[in-house]
Design a protein around this ligand. Structure first.
Ligand SMILES: NC(=O)c1ccc[n+]([C@@H]2O[C@H](COP(=O)([O-])OP(=O)(O)OC[C@H]3O[C@@H](n4cnc5c(N)ncnc54)[C@H](O)[C@@H]3O)[C@@H](O)[C@H]2O)c1
Ligand SMILES: O=C(O)C(=O)C[C@]1(C(=O)O)C=C[C@@H](O)C=C1
Length: 310
């Protein structure tokens, strides 16, 4: 299935970290005869072309996707609905259209308006960094990472073939493709990715407030743990604004559980309850070991499910 995956004209809509990384990974493996970038920012197109990520570029989406047999929507999640709507009458029959958004329920909702001839397969490569823009892209980003596909509820043969083709594309760039229900995806990723980012943004924000009191000491004596949080908190504000606006329900659900756990810790510290603290820390220590052993230093899609995967 993966051996003969090859496109004539692959169009990357949104040539940032993820779009550029996929373009570079495809280029390295000869998976497309031509790779074209579409971005609303002409400067991004110019930079991506100069870096050899794309062969050419266009700021007009409808013009850019003409003749494409692969369209990758790699804009922030909040823009996916408008891009999908514009693609509805612009994309060629038979073209495979995928997105890479970090939230899948909202993308499935937007895809409902698409005509049946548009073969749109929602995808989420669970791989990234805190950087953004075409300069941040690199060809090995997806190597040995999960890519979660959340197909639309369609039973026709053309769509099933499109799902297989999307999975083959991710496999060809080194990822492990997995099919999942969009709602399950959004809950799992709220735990493994969205809440950690929210905590990092909040923690670093709180430290920044203290900084004005501590006058440089937060930066000067920054310990390893805090530095790790600042890396995550340096992530793109637009991307993360969109994640929290579009995955509201799941994030609020896991945030509620987190707040309860935090209150338990607060109480244990206040009352000198060492046993509660030690038990809680021992319980979670094993999770780090499990993630490292599974070769996933970032989010793993089955986190939060039991051993049977339920
Ligand atoms: N950054 C990560 O770690 C990561 C990981 C996995 C998935 N994702 C998802 O990938 C997508 C892209 O993230 P990124 O980190 O590559 O972002 P990025 O900021 O690096 O790039 C996004 C690009 O999209 C362009 N853009 C925005 N709106 C547009 C529109 N309407 N039409 C055309 N171009 C438009 C921007 O100009 C920018 O060049 C997001 O949906 C994000 O949730 C990100
Ligand atoms: O490693 C990082 O810097 C990331 O934030 C990557 C990360 C994650 O949370 O693991 C961020 C968002 C994505 O949708 C997928 C991956």
């Amino acid at each position: 299935m993966t051996d003969d995956i090859k496109f004539n004209r692959a169009v990357i809509v949104g040539v940032g970290l993820i779009g550029a990384s996929l373009a570079l990974a495809m280029r390295e493996r000869g998976l497309a005869a031509e790779i074209v970038g579409v971005d609303r920012d002409p400067d991004v197109i110019a930079r991506a072309q100069k870096l050899g990520i794309i062969d050419g570029g266009e700021t007009d989406l409808k013009k850019g996707v003409k003749g494409a047999d692969l369209v990758v929507v790699s804009t922030p999640v909040g823009a996916v609905a408008s891009v999908a709507a514009a693609l509805a009458d612009a994309v060629d029959d038979g073209a495979l259209v995928i997105d890479v958004g970090s939230v899948k329920g909202a993308v499935a909702e937007a895809a409902k308006t698409l005509p049946e001839r548009v073969l749109f397969v929602p995808c989420h490569p669970v791989a990234g960094t805190e950087r953004s823009g075409p300069e941040a892209g690199f060809a090995t980003l997806f190597q040995d990472r999960w890519c979660i596909l959340t197909p639309l509820p369609r039973e026709d043969a053309a769509y099933k073939q499109a799902v297989d083709k999307a999975a083959a594309l991710w496999t060809a760039v080194g990822a492990r493709a997995e099919i999942m229900d969009a709602a399950h995806h959004d809950l799992a990723l709220a735990v493994t990715s969205h809440l950690p980012h929210l905590i990092a943004f909040t923690l670093v924000g709180a430290a920044d407030d203290v900084e004005s009191v501590a006058q440089g000491e937060v930066v000067k004596y920054s310990a390893g743990g805090f530095r790790d949080f600042t890396r995550i908190a340096a992530s793109d504000p637009i991307m993360w604004r969109d994640v929290f606006l579009t995955n509201k329900e799941a994030v609020l659900e896991v945030l509620g559980r987190f707040s309860e756990e935090l209150a338990v810790m607060q109480r244990a510290i206040r009352w000198g309850d060492g046993k509660t603290l030690e038990d809680a820390f021992s319980r979670v220590r094993g999770l780090r070991r499990a993630i490292v052993e599974a070769g996933q230093e970032s989010a793993a899609p089955n986190f939060g499910r039991d051993e049977k995967g339920e």
